[in-house]
Design a protein around this ligand. Structure first.
Ligand SMILES: C[S@@+](CC[C@H](N)C(=O)[O-])C[C@H]1O[C@@H](n2cnc3c(N)ncnc32)[C@H](O)[C@@H]1O
Length: 239
């Protein structure tokens, strides 16, 4: 056995997984993502379906201080920015995504609405210093948890950044192994939530860092759209 070539070095691959998104969403990757409806931006029916599904999962009070992690090209930022009286701060590790995000905020007429974006990740213990403890009412993300390098570190940071009583809002999808093709394929086995098939995994991990689960459910309207290929779900939890 020992003489065989070492084709599989999980530790080496795992190390490469840290920060992989900033590298993979380069200019071409961000441009490609930005152009896909439902991903880089939401068409009116997709926007309406997101809003309706969110209303099932949580009550939105006016004036929330919101942190969106992994904002990408801003598709979900637009949804959050229209919560009544909300103030949205976003983070995103890929500079190319941030450029697309700024373009989208311009297009959506949101540039001068007090919305801001920081370059950075959210799933390393050292990321915690990016924001103050107890700064936000809501930490939200869409299609981010499946790609986190260190989900528990991320959830612990979110917990710290939230005010007591604050909530997390996670939207994600039931991605399978085969959804991770091309340049992303090798990451499927080093990103722990890359292809979870159960709605139980995210709530379990959120509970592990101290959150209480308020809602776990399918996004029925989004999932009924012909443009949705991967079933989406929502998790809401409170601190
Ligand atoms: C599939 S995109 C989703 C973008 C956007 N949230 C949306 O709804 O379209 C995933 C995004 O998460 C970002 N991301 C990945 N790991 C991250 C991390 N550790 N912290 C913050 N953002 C991260 C990626 O750079 C990418 O822009």
């Amino acid at each position: 056995m020992n003489d065989q070539p070492r084709l599989w070095d999980w530790n080496a691959l795992r190390k490469q997984g840290r920060g992989c998104h900033a590298a993979r969403y380069d200019d071409a990757g961000a441009k490609e993502y930005a152009a896909i409806p439902g991903m880089g931006y939401l068409l009116p029916d997709q926007l309406a379906a997101h809003r309706a599904d969110l209303a099932d999962g949580m009550q939105v009070e006016a004036g929330l201080e919101i942190l969106e992690v992994g904002a990408g090209t801003g598709a979900f930022t637009e949804v959050l920015a229209h919560f009544p009286g909300a103030r949205v701060t976003a983070t995103e590790p890929s500079p190319a995504m941030i450029r697309s995000w700024r373009d989208r905020m311009d297009l959506a007429g949101l540039t001068n609405s007090g919305i801001e974006i920081h370059e950075g990740s959210c799933d390393a213990p050292e990321d915690r210093s990016m924001f103050k403890d107890h700064q936000f009412d809501l930490v939200a993300c869409r299609k981010v948890v499946n790609g986190l390098f260190d989900p528990l570190a991320a959830f612990a940071n979110w917990y710290a950044w939230l005010k007591p009583g604050g909530r997390v809002l996670v939207l994600d999808a039931i991605f399978g192994r085969d959804g991770w093709g091309g340049a992303w394929g090798e990451l499927v086995d080093v990103l722990p939530l890359s292809s979870t098939q159960s709605l139980g995994t995210i709530p379990y991990l959120l509970e592990a860092v101290g959150f209480e689960i308020e809602h776990v459910g399918w996004m029925h309207r989004v999932n009924a759209l012909p443009s949705t290929r991967t079933p989406r779900y929502v998790v809401v939890a409170s601190r």
